[in-house]
Design a protein around this ligand. Sequence first.
Ligand code: AMP
Ligand code: MN
Ligand code: MN
Ligand code: MN
Length: 289
Amino acid sequence: MSKIYDLHAHSTVSDGTLSPTELVQRAASQGVDVLALTDHDATHGVHEAQIAAKSCGIQLISGVEISVSWRRQTIHIVGLNVDVENAALCEGLDKIRVLRIERAKRIAQKLEKNGVENAWEACVEMAGCESITRTHFARLIIERGVAPDMKTVFKKWLGRKGKAFVSGEWAELDEAIGWIRAAGGQAIIAHPARYEFTRTKLIELIKDFKAAGGVGLEVITSSHNIAERAAMSIICRDNELLASVGSDFHTPGNPRIELGKHLHMVRDCTPIWDQWPESTQNDVSRIAG
Ligand code: AMP
Ligand code: MN
Ligand code: MN
Ligand code: MN
């Protein structure tokens, strides 16, 4: 039996709703063998998750999902097997979290102007975490009954055309990859189809990404439909990247986005874990359907 890998998941350290321990316990109960904790721009949950993983008998990969600006658009770079004590990575992530707070204050101002009272204080209290994101504002807006669901919140309020949209200024691509590499990790482009780039633009991103030392493409993620999975697996293989697999789990309740589920459908790609030490390695050298 091959192992089940889920290499992209969030905890309460960023915009997930389970603590690192609860996340690991849920992953174990879903049959995950190898889980990566990849909070947005923060690694504070890794230590706790590692302790929980030991007691649940699963492998925990230390990870992070870094917010990057590339050609004035936001993309996400996942780092796996990072040394969370590394100074370059810690300083880099500290800087991004400061930018997150500044941006969150501007989002709150816009919300307040549009009638969402006390948005900053309420959001800080609700988030109570290291890395404040738009998801926290989204939950507040829903809780206040201003919008019915996540889809509507991002469409009308927090997305690019929304009333409270504030664009982020994040790390440069080569900077973020540099921090991951300095910390001994592997850099992966997260959910590539979600950026809605043309094929040409995606290939240009991959070229810049590889030039900076990036090695992987997230082929399987809950953001990708079947056609996107197939397209990304071809791009992954043709560009000699390693394939990564992750649910991007944030919260229980959505059967479509569950730890360890729907994650095993890539053919002909070399998995990101191919060269990992024995303790985390699969017993097959290629991901198979
Ligand atoms: P931020 O990094 O602060 O811009 O927040 C991005 C986060 O918002 C993502 O990681 C998702 O968790 C969430 N998000 C973005 N777009 C949507 C959407 N359309 N529906 C639900 N969640 C979303
Ligand atoms: Mn998120
Ligand atoms: Mn992401
Ligand atoms: Mn994510």
